[in-house]
Design a protein around this ligand. Structure first.
Ligand SMILES: [Zn+2]
Length: 346
């Protein structure tokens, strides 16, 4: 697979296929810096999702056959990137289409003015530590998007996240949840339909809503470190929304369950697609009504109130594993909530 069977194609190297202006790179992991973009990471691919046209199978097939179309390969949940340049690697026309021979059909992600973008699952192709070598490019590798996403141009990171999320959903919904029959992809990959003529249940791409909240009290905010975090990392609290629950109630429940703090004045901040694997993060600020903490040791190994000035003076580089206090990665809405609060929000 490593010979001249494809050509390298990156969004950045091929002119302006996206319709929005170039955006600055993320604050990344170089110590404490404030975010400056209005949108969260993974939230602005710039594609027109063509929700009307994708119902036309002939139109989708024509886009699939179009030499101008571009393919976003995903291998076993990993995205194809050049980590040195922090760029996405996409596959061009015929070569990209030829890679999509697995059990999941190409998924139409959307279009720009003249180019259609498809996500393709190539998990059936064997590969080494860095996945299959599809193009001749030093350093090209299939990596977990979160390892490089915060350094990527926002539209590239968003495109890769969108592709990963759609293909994960397809892989997990190959059978009908109602009758157990196989399902098939339709509408460019935006619905799966049960193949049993007596059932025909439709399933649509799924996102699991999760609330994520920065609790403040005066000039301090509540940050916690859970057992899955790298050492020294402190972040906002978060949890999944349950059926029959409002977002505001989920914020209050999660904070009380994890830290024993009652909250009020719950305010929405912003949202972020987080397809790792299937979440939509809904960001909030809330005010703590009490200062005393009662930590749930299964959820948190530590949580404390941190003052603004202390965070500014002590937050270490996320990439520094020896830093005693680190904020979350720059591509996360958790970091955005904290940065905005440090800059005076809430
Ligand atoms: Zn069925």
């Amino acid at each position: 697979m490593s010979r001249r069977i494809g050509r390298l194609w990156t969004i950045a190297a091929c002119g302006p296929p996206c319709q929005f202006p170039a955006m600055p790179h993320a604050p990344g992991s170089a110590g404490f810096r404030l975010s400056r973009s209005d949108a969260n990471f993974y939230a602005e691919s710039g594609l027109d999702r063509v929700s009307d046209k994708r119902k036309d199978a002939a139109w989708v097939a024509a886009r699939l056959a179009d030499p101008a179309s571009r393919f976003v390969p995903v291998w076993r949940s990993r995205s194809y990137v050049d980590p040195q340049e922090a760029q996405a690697i996409l596959l061009a026309g015929e070569f990209g289409r030829a890679m999509a021979t697995g059990e999941i059909e190409p998924v139409l992600l959307g279009v720009t003015s003249a180019v259609a973008y498809f996500a393709i699952d190539i998990s059936h192709i064997e590969g080494g530590e860095n996945g299959p070598a599809l193009v001749e490019a030093a350093g090209a590798a299939f990596l977990d998007l979160r390892l490089v996403g915060s350094r990527m141009a926002r539209h590239e990171g968003s495109l890769l996240a969108y592709a990963r999320g759609m293909l994960t959903w397809h892989r997990r919904h190959r059978f009908c949840g109602q009758c157990g029959s196989p399902t098939k992809s339709d509408e460019g990959g935006h619905v799966r339909v049960c193949t049993d003529p007596g059932c025909r249940l439709q399933q649509f791409p799924r996102t699991d809503p999760a609330v994520i909240m920065l609790v403040t009290r005066g000039d301090a905010c509540l940050l916690g470190s859970n057992p899955r975090f790298p050492p020294g990392m402190y972040s906002t609290l978060a949890g999944f929304v349950e059926p029959g629950e409002t977002l505001e109630a989920a914020v209050a429940r999660e904070v009380f369950e994890e830290a024993g703090v009652s909250v009020s004045n719950v305010r929405y901040h912003s949202s972020q697609p987080w397809p790792f694997p299937t979440s939509l993060m809904l960001g909030f600020y809330a005010e703590g009504e009490t200062e005393t903490l009662a930590l749930n040791s299964e959820e948190l190994r530590d949580a404390q109130w941190f003052r603004r000035d202390w965070i500014r003076a002590n937050a270490g580089d996320f990439a520094d594993a020896t830093a005693p206090f680190r904020l979350p990665r720059g591509d996360s809405i958790a970091r955005r909530l904290i940065d905005d609060w440090l800059a005076g929000a809430a």
